[in-house]
Design a protein. Structure first.
Length: 322
């Protein structure tokens, strides 16, 4: 990399001119990047909106993630939140802050990751605008919009006693991959090692570039889901939020959680969809039964209380980067 390849040397306008052609347009886009704001159609008259940030350190390590990974994961995590409302993702707005000495290729890679994630996970969704700034810490902030297509939103508060608990997507895979990275993708001083991470790619992709079941959010809404949410912080802590909102308890079947139920309960960043359905109703898409809604409060595994283990950035980040 030469000095002329950095963000600071090229400048904002030239960087944007290189990034815009890489970004996907949106099917509902009436006016995309280039003006003071985008204009996006809302055929339903309403729209779902959510936002999420990824920050170098607590959320990713540059030594482990490629630029494409970062764009993909930033899109995937936000698309999953839209899907968890039963909506179809329609548009993203992306704000990036990066050190001035970052190569322009870093932002180009992020843009390509955003493009490819939208194409693979939510066709028709695109990036309609955003912002670019300078910071000592690479930060990616995404705001996502979705179309409810005339349906009520699927909330966390609708689960009822007797409902079936079901999940679409993996449980614990991202946490298992993160464990591998911290144990095997480090140098002798314990610092993240890019070469070792590359060799572990096949075993860690669930963490670096997750593939949440976005289309199953719409199918769950059409299939009568009574409640739903995105599993971003871990099954135990996220399901506790659903239980509290619905004023019920959730009892998980350990046999349905795989070979490592504690990892499934405590691991975060799978971005799978957890939903409840009325008993006797066929489960749509790739949803599979993992438990039942019961009277009471809290989370249970085979009838025993479960602690609310999961990711908390204020508690769990050790201050490291890399």
């Amino acid at each position: 990399m030469t000095v002329s390849d950095t963000l600071g040397a090229v400048g904002e306008l030239a960087v944007l001119a290189r990034i815009f052609p890489l970004l996907p347009s949106a099917a509902h886009e009436l006016l995309g990047p280039g003006d003071d704001a985008a204009v996006v159609a809302a055929p339903d008259g309403r729209y779902v909106v959510t936002t999420d940030m990824m920050i170098h350190g607590p959320d990713f390590r540059l030594a482990w993630s490629t630029a494409h990974d970062l764009g993909w994961k930033a899109a995937a995590s936000n698309l999953s939140d839209v899907a968890a409302m039963g909506a179809v993702p329609t548009a993203l707005v992306v704000a990036l802050a990066a050190p001035a000495d970052s190569p322009v290729s870093l932002l180009e890679g992020i843009a390509e990751g955003l493009r490819d994630a939208c194409a693979a996970l939510a066709p028709g969704c695109g990036v309609v605008g955003g912002d670019l700034s300078v910071s000592s810490t690479l930060t990616i902030a995404v705001t996502a919009f979705g179309d409810l297509e005339g349906r009520p939103a699927v909330l966390r508060s609708g689960a009822r006693e007797g409902d079936i608990i079901a999940v679409s997507g993996v449980l614990g895979a991202a946490a298992a991959a993160l464990r591998i990275l911290f144990e095997e993708a480090v140098d002798s001083d314990g610092q993240p090692d890019a070469d070792r991470a590359a060799l572990l790619r096949d075993r860690t992709v669930a963490q670096l570039a997750p593939t949440p079941p976005i289309t199953d959010g719409r199918l769950a809404a059409l299939g009568g889901a009574t409640a739903m949410l995105d599993l971003s912080d871990g099954l135990a802590i996220d399901s506790a939020r659903l239980a509290k909102a619905s004023q019920i308890a959730l009892n998980f079947d350990s046999r349905a959680l795989g070979a490592h139920p504690q990892l499934a309960l405590g691991g975060g960043e799978d971005h799978s969809l957890l939903a409840t359905f009325p008993p006797g109703m066929p489960l749509p898409g790739n949803f599979r039964r993992i438990g039942s809604v019961i009277v009471g409060s809290g989370i249970f595994l085979d009838g025993s209380p479960v602690s609310k283990a999961g990711w908390d950035p204020y508690r769990d980040w050790n201050g490291g980067r890399g």
